[in-house]
Design a protein around this ligand. Sequence first.
Ligand SMILES: Cc1cc2nc3c(=O)[nH]c(=O)nc-3n(C[C@H](O)[C@H](O)[C@H](O)COP(=O)(O)O)c2cc1C
Length: 153
Amino acid sequence: MQGGNHPCGTGAVSLPFTVAGEVIRGKQLGSQLGFPTANIRYDMRPGGWPRDGVYAGVACIRNELYLCVLNQGRHPTAPEGIPTVEAHLLDYSGGALYGEKIVLEYLHYLRPETAFSSLELLKAQLQRDKQNAREWALAFPTLLNSIVQKERS
Ligand SMILES: Cc1cc2nc3c(=O)[nH]c(=O)nc-3n(C[C@H](O)[C@H](O)[C@H](O)COP(=O)(O)O)c2cc1C
C-alpha cells in the first residue's frame, strides 16, 4: 500500500469522515483487555485522513448501526506499529467479525492517542472513552433511536 494511503494524522480532512473495509485479525490485545476491537483493512483514501486519535462514531455492520469508539493511529502503548483503524462496537455481542464488511463514520473527536505506562491505565481510559461516547450521543435522539442498544455498562 502506498504511504499516502495510510492514516497520516495531518488533520487535513474534517468530520464526518467515512472509512469502509473488511474486518481483519489484530494483535488480540483488545480482547485481552476485555475490549474487543474490529481492525479494518480499509479502502484506499486518496483524499487524506483526519488527525490521528480517538473518536466517537457509528459502525455499520450486517446492516445494523452501532455506536462505537475508534482509534486511528499507531497505538503506542502496546506496542507501536503501523497505522491502523480499529473500532470497539458498543452493545455488540455477536462474536468475531473477521471477514465482515464494515463502514465506520468518525463523528466526534474525543482525544489524542496516548502512550500509557501500563495496560491497566489504557483499559481505564478505554472505559472512559466509552462513557464519553455515550454521553456525546445523548445529544442526538434520532441517532440513539437508530443504533443497536443492549448493555448499559
Ligand atoms: C477507542 C480506542 C482507543 C484507544 N486508545 C489508545 C491509546 O490512547 N493509546 C494506545 O496506545 N492505544 C490505544 N488504542 C489501541 C489499543 O492500545 C490496542 O492497540 C488495541 O486495543 C489492540 O487491538 P487488537 O488487539 O485488536 O489489535 C485504542 C483503541 C481503541 C479502540
